[in-house]
Design a protein around this ligand. Structure first.
Ligand code: NBP
Length: 470
């Protein structure tokens, strides 16, 4: 063990913990590491960290006492109960002013509870979203910290040096009190779900309607991604080009069409519903994964119905690019709208310009699109991206393509739930009149819920039926 005390500690030596330990050490800090299963720590120290200033510890007491005060401990264990178990083990060993950072995908309400518990003991708790997967953790993730600002000041230099570095600064910024960081990370993941689903639908239409091969599809996505520089588009290109070594054909063809989920998309939709914020593209993406998982049922039902793929028309391919672009923009618009409302509801005081800036690099939804998004939010009055100058023009230019693509795909048995949800979201939000007058009337009819009128203030009720004669 090193004779000096470490400046930073990490608990959890799975993918994220190992890579972040190497990253923080690379930034010039001595790091102590600990994992419940000691053999993983040993293997890490002997292999990846052999020549690094990383102190491997095998007892939690040794780990804690290897750290300088105030201790700064990043937990990167499986989200849920393991985080509580680690906190319970740590608290008796730590001292006032020490800082626990939860870097996992914890639910924001769990983070609120943990902040309260840890702060009651005189310590600090920073709920901190970390995105960028394995690669980001090693080379510079997007880091979304929330919690007590004084505690953040203590760890700011370390986190900012580990984050991705952009011309506008590191992709790590203090976001707000309590669970602000984990809330932003949750919504990041919700947007991720919606962008992934939109891309999957474009791929599906290209393969089945345009009948392009995998290389041709990769070329198109690559071309479409030039102005976007979006990580999810980049990996789509690589995925389409990857061959299955065993079968000598595109690997994608050999991958089962059932998508799993860990729950962060569902959390986003659920929170949006709780706060009364429409996020239909994100919810459509969650539903699409659920539907995909019904593989057996899909197989059985597909035999009962005719299929037809007659939706293609001249110019469909060009329109598909615009449709995908608008669906991606709409995914960000919905996520940012949710953040606006959540910030107000939970007193996070989020700065959406900062949020967009720290998503610019190091995370799964990184894209050059975040530049105009961040610029749009320099207008503090902006309530939706749909109203910003830049995106208003984009919607005007591309809307017809999105309409034609959704309409064409809808004439087949192919699916486009995210593209279609984006279109309906746009149409709803830009329609001065909606058929909700009928909903009001129906509610009043069966439940005497009353309604408002267009010509008079107040609430009204109509006796729609003669109860005595029903
Ligand atoms: P995992 O989520 O796979 O968790 C494995 C780690 O949790 C191991 O170190 C394991 O220790 C530890 N652990 C468990 Br399981 N139960 C424990 C307990 N009761 N007490 C102490 N330790 C326990 O690791 P990961 O994929 O590195 O992710 C870490 C966090 O970061 C998660 O919240 C994840 O959602 C989030 N995240 C992951 C990614 C990614 O790309 N993987 C990206 C962004 C965020 P053991 O070795 O003793 O079993």
């Amino acid at each position: 063990m090193s004779s000096e005390e470490s400046e930073f500690g990490i608990i959890g030596m799975a993918v994220m913990g190992q890579n972040l330990a190497l990253n923080v050490e690379e930034s010039g800090y001595q790091v102590s590491v600990y994992n419940r299963t000691g053999s993983k720590t040993k293997e890490f120290k002997q292999q990846r960290a052999s020549d690094r200033d990383i102190v491997a510890t095998y007892e939690l007491e040794d780990f804690v006492s290897s750290l300088e005060r105030p201790r700064k401990i990043l937990i990167l264990v499986k989200a849920g109960d393991p985080v509580d178990m680690v906190i319970d083990q740590l608290l008796p060993l730590m001292e006032e002013g020490d800082i626990i950072i939860d870097g996992g995908n914890s639910h924001f309400q769990d983070t609120n509870r943990r902040v309260e518990k840890v702060e009651e003991e005189g310590l600090y708790y920073l709920g901190t979203g970390v995105s960028g997967g394995e690669y980001g953790a090693l080379h510079g993730p997007s880091i979304m910290p929330g919690g007590h600002p004084e505690a953040y000041e203590e760890v700011s230099d370390i986190l900012r040096s580990a984050a991705a570095q952009t011309p506008e600064g590191p992709t790590c910024e203090y976001l707000g009190p309590r669970s602000a960081g984990h809330y932003v990370k949750m919504v990041h993941n919700g947007i991720e779900y919606a962008v992934m689903q939109s891309i999957a639908e474009a791929y599906w239409a290209m393969e089945n309607l345009l009948e392009l091969n995998h290389e041709e599809m990769a070329d198109r996505f690559e071309e479409w991604n030039r102005p976007l520089e979006a990580y999810l588009m980049e990996i789509t290109v690589e995925i389409l080009r990857r061959e299955d070594e065993k079968m000598g054909r595109p690997l994608l063809q050999m991958i089962l069409d059932t998508a799993k989920q860990k729950g962060t998309g569902k959390w986003t939709s659920r929170s949006a519903l709780d706060l009364g914020v429409p996020t239909p593209t994100i919810t459509a993406a969650v539903d699409a994964r659920l539907l995909s998982s019904r593989k057996d049922q899909r197989g059985r039902l597909s035999e009962l119905y005719e299929t037809g793929n007659s939706g293609v028309y001249d110019g469909f391919g060009e329109d598909l690019e615009d449709a995908l672009y608008l669906s991606i923009v709409t995914a960000y618009a919905q996520g940012l709208d949710l953040l606006t409302v959540a910030s107000h509801e939970y007193d996070y005081s989020l700065d959406l310009q900062d949020v967009a800036r720290i998503w610019k690099d190091g995370c799964i939804i990184r894209s050059d699109l975040l530049d105009p998004i961040s610029e749009s939010y320099s207008d503090s009055e902006l309530d939706t991206l749909l109203a910003s100058k830049k995106f208003r023009d984009d919607y005007r230019d591309g809307l017809n393509s999105l309409q034609k693509v959704v309409s064409a795909i809808s004439k087949t048995n192919l699916i486009c739930p995210a593209l279609s949800a984006s279109l309906n979201y746009f149409n709803s939000l830009t329609s001065e009149r909606l058929p909700a007058n009928m909903i009001q009337a129906q509610r009043d009819y069966f439940g005497a819920h009353t309604y408002q009128r267009v010509d008079e203030e107040g609430t009204f009720h109509t006796e729609w039926q003669d109860i005595k004669n029903v």
